[in-house]
Design a protein around this ligand. Structure first.
Ligand SMILES: [Zn+2]
Length: 291
Protein backbone atom coordinates (compact mmCIF):
# COMPACT_ATOMS: atom_id res chain seq x y z
CA UNK A 1 0.00 0.00 0.00
CA UNK A 2 1.01 3.60 -0.34
CA UNK A 3 2.54 5.43 2.59
CA UNK A 4 0.04 6.13 5.29
CA UNK A 5 -0.96 9.64 6.20
CA UNK A 6 -2.25 11.13 9.36
CA UNK A 7 -5.30 13.19 8.76
CA UNK A 8 -6.63 15.90 11.00
CA UNK A 9 -9.86 17.84 10.82
CA UNK A 10 -10.32 21.25 12.41
CA UNK A 11 -13.04 23.86 12.19
CA UNK A 12 -12.42 27.56 11.91
CA UNK A 13 -15.86 28.60 13.13
CA UNK A 14 -18.21 27.10 15.70
CA UNK A 15 -19.19 23.78 14.26
CA UNK A 16 -22.39 23.23 16.18
CA UNK A 17 -24.45 25.45 13.85
CA UNK A 18 -24.01 23.19 10.85
CA UNK A 19 -24.92 19.95 12.57
CA UNK A 20 -27.90 21.65 14.14
CA UNK A 21 -29.17 23.10 10.86
CA UNK A 22 -28.44 19.96 8.89
CA UNK A 23 -30.05 17.87 11.55
CA UNK A 24 -33.23 19.93 11.46
CA UNK A 25 -33.26 19.96 7.65
CA UNK A 26 -32.53 16.31 7.16
CA UNK A 27 -33.91 14.78 10.32
CA UNK A 28 -37.31 14.02 8.89
CA UNK A 29 -36.27 13.78 5.26
CA UNK A 30 -33.25 11.53 5.42
CA UNK A 31 -33.72 7.84 4.88
CA UNK A 32 -30.55 6.34 6.24
CA UNK A 33 -29.64 2.69 6.65
CA UNK A 34 -29.13 1.18 10.09
CA UNK A 35 -25.61 0.23 11.10
CA UNK A 36 -24.87 -3.28 9.92
CA UNK A 37 -23.94 -5.57 7.06
CA UNK A 38 -25.55 -4.94 3.69
CA UNK A 39 -26.20 -8.04 1.62
CA UNK A 40 -26.62 -7.33 -2.08
CA UNK A 41 -25.74 -9.13 -5.30
CA UNK A 42 -23.74 -6.10 -6.47
CA UNK A 43 -21.20 -6.40 -3.64
CA UNK A 44 -17.89 -7.56 -5.17
CA UNK A 45 -16.84 -11.08 -4.13
CA UNK A 46 -14.50 -11.43 -1.15
CA UNK A 47 -15.70 -8.35 0.71
CA UNK A 48 -18.08 -7.56 3.52
CA UNK A 49 -20.07 -4.41 2.85
CA UNK A 50 -21.31 -2.41 5.84
CA UNK A 51 -23.34 0.74 6.35
CA UNK A 52 -22.73 2.85 9.42
CA UNK A 53 -25.29 5.34 10.64
CA UNK A 54 -23.82 8.50 12.08
CA UNK A 55 -26.67 10.74 13.20
CA UNK A 56 -28.55 11.52 9.94
CA UNK A 57 -25.73 10.37 7.64
CA UNK A 58 -24.44 7.02 6.45
CA UNK A 59 -20.86 6.12 5.67
CA UNK A 60 -19.68 2.82 4.26
CA UNK A 61 -17.07 0.13 4.85
CA UNK A 62 -15.68 -2.59 2.58
CA UNK A 63 -13.75 -5.14 4.54
CA UNK A 64 -11.57 -8.00 3.32
CA UNK A 65 -11.42 -11.30 5.16
CA UNK A 66 -7.99 -10.27 6.46
CA UNK A 67 -9.66 -7.37 8.30
CA UNK A 68 -8.13 -4.69 6.08
CA UNK A 69 -10.78 -2.15 5.14
CA UNK A 70 -11.59 0.76 2.87
CA UNK A 71 -14.16 3.39 3.80
CA UNK A 72 -16.29 5.73 1.73
CA UNK A 73 -16.86 8.88 3.78
CA UNK A 74 -16.43 8.80 7.55
CA UNK A 75 -19.58 10.27 9.09
CA UNK A 76 -19.66 12.66 11.99
CA UNK A 77 -17.66 12.42 14.74
CA UNK A 78 -14.74 11.97 16.88
CA UNK A 79 -14.03 13.31 20.30
CA UNK A 80 -14.48 16.75 21.77
CA UNK A 81 -10.75 17.40 21.76
CA UNK A 82 -10.84 20.50 19.61
CA UNK A 83 -12.11 22.97 22.18
CA UNK A 84 -15.30 24.64 23.14
CA UNK A 85 -17.12 24.60 19.81
CA UNK A 86 -16.66 20.88 19.61
CA UNK A 87 -17.92 20.47 23.13
CA UNK A 88 -20.97 22.58 22.43
CA UNK A 89 -21.59 20.74 19.18
CA UNK A 90 -21.31 17.50 21.03
CA UNK A 91 -23.75 18.65 23.64
CA UNK A 92 -26.28 20.12 21.22
CA UNK A 93 -26.30 17.61 18.45
CA UNK A 94 -24.29 14.55 19.05
CA UNK A 95 -24.40 13.86 22.75
CA UNK A 96 -22.10 10.97 23.53
CA UNK A 97 -21.02 11.20 19.88
CA UNK A 98 -17.61 9.71 20.50
CA UNK A 99 -18.93 6.69 22.35
CA UNK A 100 -21.61 6.19 19.71
CA UNK A 101 -19.09 6.40 16.90
CA UNK A 102 -16.76 3.88 18.51
CA UNK A 103 -19.75 1.71 19.38
CA UNK A 104 -20.73 1.51 15.72
CA UNK A 105 -17.20 0.46 14.73
CA UNK A 106 -17.42 -2.28 17.32
CA UNK A 107 -20.86 -3.32 16.06
CA UNK A 108 -19.53 -4.07 12.59
CA UNK A 109 -16.24 -5.54 13.82
CA UNK A 110 -14.10 -2.79 12.30
CA UNK A 111 -10.66 -2.16 13.76
CA UNK A 112 -10.02 1.48 12.76
CA UNK A 113 -6.28 0.87 12.56
CA UNK A 114 -6.94 -1.60 9.70
CA UNK A 115 -8.57 1.03 7.49
CA UNK A 116 -5.94 1.80 4.86
CA UNK A 117 -7.97 3.80 2.33
CA UNK A 118 -10.56 6.52 2.98
CA UNK A 119 -12.33 7.94 -0.09
CA UNK A 120 -14.28 11.13 0.61
CA UNK A 121 -17.12 12.29 -1.64
CA UNK A 122 -16.92 15.89 -0.35
CA UNK A 123 -15.82 17.97 2.64
CA UNK A 124 -19.01 18.49 4.67
CA UNK A 125 -18.50 17.65 8.32
CA UNK A 126 -21.11 14.91 8.40
CA UNK A 127 -18.80 13.10 5.94
CA UNK A 128 -15.32 13.94 7.21
CA UNK A 129 -15.78 14.38 10.99
CA UNK A 130 -14.73 10.83 11.79
CA UNK A 131 -11.53 10.86 9.73
CA UNK A 132 -9.05 11.35 12.59
CA UNK A 133 -10.09 7.96 13.96
CA UNK A 134 -8.45 6.28 10.96
CA UNK A 135 -4.81 7.04 11.63
CA UNK A 136 -3.41 4.60 9.08
CA UNK A 137 -5.60 5.57 6.14
CA UNK A 138 -4.57 7.43 3.02
CA UNK A 139 -7.37 9.98 2.62
CA UNK A 140 -8.67 11.06 -0.79
CA UNK A 141 -10.91 13.91 -1.93
CA UNK A 142 -11.87 15.42 -5.30
CA UNK A 143 -9.60 18.22 -6.46
CA UNK A 144 -12.55 20.58 -6.97
CA UNK A 145 -13.17 20.52 -3.23
CA UNK A 146 -9.86 22.22 -2.46
CA UNK A 147 -11.25 25.82 -2.25
CA UNK A 148 -13.79 24.59 0.31
CA UNK A 149 -11.21 22.69 2.32
CA UNK A 150 -8.85 25.69 2.23
CA UNK A 151 -11.60 28.05 3.33
CA UNK A 152 -11.83 30.21 0.17
CA UNK A 153 -15.40 29.18 -0.56
CA UNK A 154 -18.24 28.39 1.81
CA UNK A 155 -20.88 25.71 1.45
CA UNK A 156 -23.16 27.04 4.15
CA UNK A 157 -23.30 30.82 4.32
CA UNK A 158 -21.04 32.22 6.99
CA UNK A 159 -19.47 28.90 7.79
CA UNK A 160 -16.17 27.69 6.47
CA UNK A 161 -15.83 24.00 5.76
CA UNK A 162 -13.69 21.62 7.72
CA UNK A 163 -9.97 22.27 7.28
CA UNK A 164 -8.44 18.92 6.57
CA UNK A 165 -4.75 18.12 6.37
CA UNK A 166 -3.10 15.02 4.96
CA UNK A 167 -5.38 14.80 1.93
CA UNK A 168 -4.57 13.49 -1.51
CA UNK A 169 -6.60 15.19 -4.20
CA UNK A 170 -8.04 13.24 -7.12
CA UNK A 171 -8.81 14.31 -10.67
CA UNK A 172 -11.71 13.03 -12.72
CA UNK A 173 -10.86 9.45 -13.73
CA UNK A 174 -8.15 8.88 -11.09
CA UNK A 175 -8.15 5.43 -9.56
CA UNK A 176 -7.49 4.21 -6.02
CA UNK A 177 -6.36 0.64 -5.48
CA UNK A 178 -7.52 -1.42 -2.53
CA UNK A 179 -6.03 -4.92 -2.79
CA UNK A 180 -7.56 -6.51 -5.90
CA UNK A 181 -10.25 -3.84 -6.06
CA UNK A 182 -10.32 -0.43 -7.62
CA UNK A 183 -12.31 2.76 -7.03
CA UNK A 184 -12.51 5.18 -9.96
CA UNK A 185 -13.25 8.79 -9.05
CA UNK A 186 -15.57 10.85 -11.25
CA UNK A 187 -16.89 14.38 -10.79
CA UNK A 188 -20.53 14.89 -9.89
CA UNK A 189 -20.65 18.56 -8.84
CA UNK A 190 -23.70 20.44 -7.62
CA UNK A 191 -24.07 19.49 -3.98
CA UNK A 192 -20.63 21.07 -3.54
CA UNK A 193 -18.21 22.30 -6.22
CA UNK A 194 -15.90 19.35 -5.81
CA UNK A 195 -18.35 16.54 -5.03
CA UNK A 196 -17.17 13.29 -6.57
CA UNK A 197 -18.58 9.79 -6.89
CA UNK A 198 -16.66 6.51 -6.98
CA UNK A 199 -17.18 3.41 -9.10
CA UNK A 200 -15.93 0.46 -7.06
CA UNK A 201 -15.37 -3.08 -8.35
CA UNK A 202 -13.02 -6.05 -8.42
CA UNK A 203 -10.26 -5.64 -11.00
CA UNK A 204 -11.34 -8.79 -12.85
CA UNK A 205 -15.11 -8.66 -12.45
CA UNK A 206 -17.21 -6.01 -14.14
CA UNK A 207 -20.43 -7.75 -13.10
CA UNK A 208 -20.65 -6.35 -9.55
CA UNK A 209 -20.31 -2.63 -9.17
CA UNK A 210 -20.97 -0.23 -6.31
CA UNK A 211 -21.29 3.47 -7.03
CA UNK A 212 -20.84 5.78 -4.04
CA UNK A 213 -22.46 9.13 -4.75
CA UNK A 214 -22.21 10.84 -1.35
CA UNK A 215 -24.74 13.69 -1.49
CA UNK A 216 -24.59 14.24 -5.28
CA UNK A 217 -28.37 13.73 -5.37
CA UNK A 218 -31.09 12.21 -3.23
CA UNK A 219 -33.67 9.57 -3.91
CA UNK A 220 -37.14 8.83 -2.60
CA UNK A 221 -38.22 5.64 -0.86
CA UNK A 222 -38.76 3.92 -4.22
CA UNK A 223 -35.16 4.66 -5.24
CA UNK A 224 -36.16 7.30 -7.80
CA UNK A 225 -34.37 10.64 -8.16
CA UNK A 226 -36.17 13.17 -5.93
CA UNK A 227 -35.16 16.64 -7.20
CA UNK A 228 -36.94 18.54 -4.45
CA UNK A 229 -35.68 16.44 -1.60
CA UNK A 230 -33.23 18.39 0.61
CA UNK A 231 -32.58 20.71 -2.34
CA UNK A 232 -31.79 23.56 0.07
CA UNK A 233 -28.56 21.91 1.15
CA UNK A 234 -27.03 21.85 -2.35
CA UNK A 235 -24.57 24.63 -3.26
CA UNK A 236 -25.87 24.64 -6.85
CA UNK A 237 -29.18 22.83 -7.00
CA UNK A 238 -29.51 23.57 -10.73
CA UNK A 239 -26.48 21.32 -11.36
CA UNK A 240 -27.88 18.36 -9.48
CA UNK A 241 -29.90 16.80 -12.38
CA UNK A 242 -26.63 16.92 -14.34
CA UNK A 243 -24.98 14.85 -11.62
CA UNK A 244 -27.73 12.24 -11.99
CA UNK A 245 -27.07 12.15 -15.75
CA UNK A 246 -23.35 11.65 -15.17
CA UNK A 247 -24.04 8.68 -12.87
CA UNK A 248 -26.54 7.18 -15.33
CA UNK A 249 -24.08 7.54 -18.22
CA UNK A 250 -21.44 5.81 -16.13
CA UNK A 251 -23.86 2.95 -15.43
CA UNK A 252 -24.78 2.71 -19.14
CA UNK A 253 -21.07 2.41 -20.00
CA UNK A 254 -20.69 -0.42 -17.46
CA UNK A 255 -23.70 -2.21 -18.97
CA UNK A 256 -22.32 -1.73 -22.48
CA UNK A 257 -19.29 -3.76 -21.37
CA UNK A 258 -21.23 -6.29 -19.35
CA UNK A 259 -24.93 -6.57 -20.09
CA UNK A 260 -25.56 -8.45 -16.83
CA UNK A 261 -23.74 -6.03 -14.56
CA UNK A 262 -25.40 -5.58 -11.20
CA UNK A 263 -25.02 -1.91 -10.26
CA UNK A 264 -25.90 -0.58 -6.81
CA UNK A 265 -25.98 3.17 -6.18
CA UNK A 266 -25.16 4.17 -2.63
CA UNK A 267 -26.18 7.54 -1.14
CA UNK A 268 -25.22 8.96 2.24
CA UNK A 269 -28.66 10.23 3.27
CA UNK A 270 -31.18 8.27 1.21
CA UNK A 271 -29.92 4.71 1.22
CA UNK A 272 -29.56 2.39 -1.76
CA UNK A 273 -30.98 2.24 -5.24
CA UNK A 274 -29.99 0.40 -8.40
CA UNK A 275 -29.30 1.57 -11.93
CA UNK A 276 -32.54 0.33 -13.48
CA UNK A 277 -34.70 1.88 -10.76
CA UNK A 278 -32.87 5.21 -10.91
CA UNK A 279 -33.04 5.31 -14.71
CA UNK A 280 -36.82 4.87 -14.50
CA UNK A 281 -37.27 7.92 -12.22
CA UNK A 282 -40.43 9.81 -13.23
CA UNK A 283 -38.63 13.13 -12.57
CA UNK A 284 -36.07 12.28 -15.26
CA UNK A 285 -38.73 11.33 -17.80
CA UNK A 286 -40.45 14.68 -17.16
CA UNK A 287 -37.26 16.70 -17.62
CA UNK A 288 -36.56 14.87 -20.92
CA UNK A 289 -40.01 15.85 -22.14
CA UNK A 290 -39.30 19.48 -21.23
CA UNK A 291 -36.04 19.58 -23.21
ZN1 LIG B 1 -23.01 17.23 2.09
Amino acid sequence: MSQYKTCSVTFSKPDYVVPLVVRILTGWMANTLPTGKVEHAAVPDGLGFYAVRSLHANWFVLKMESGEAMIFDAGYWTSGKNGLPWELGNWFCCRKGDAKYKGSLHAIGLDPSRVTVAAMTHSDIDHVGGLPVFENAAVYMGEGERPLVEGEVEHFKGLKAARITGLEYLKDGDQIRFGDYVATCFSTPGHTDGSVSYEFRHLNDSGKVLIFIGDAFFTDKKGHFAPRKLEGIHMHKEQVPGAVDIVLQRCAAIRAQNADANILIVSCHTGLTDYDTLAASPALQESKKDR
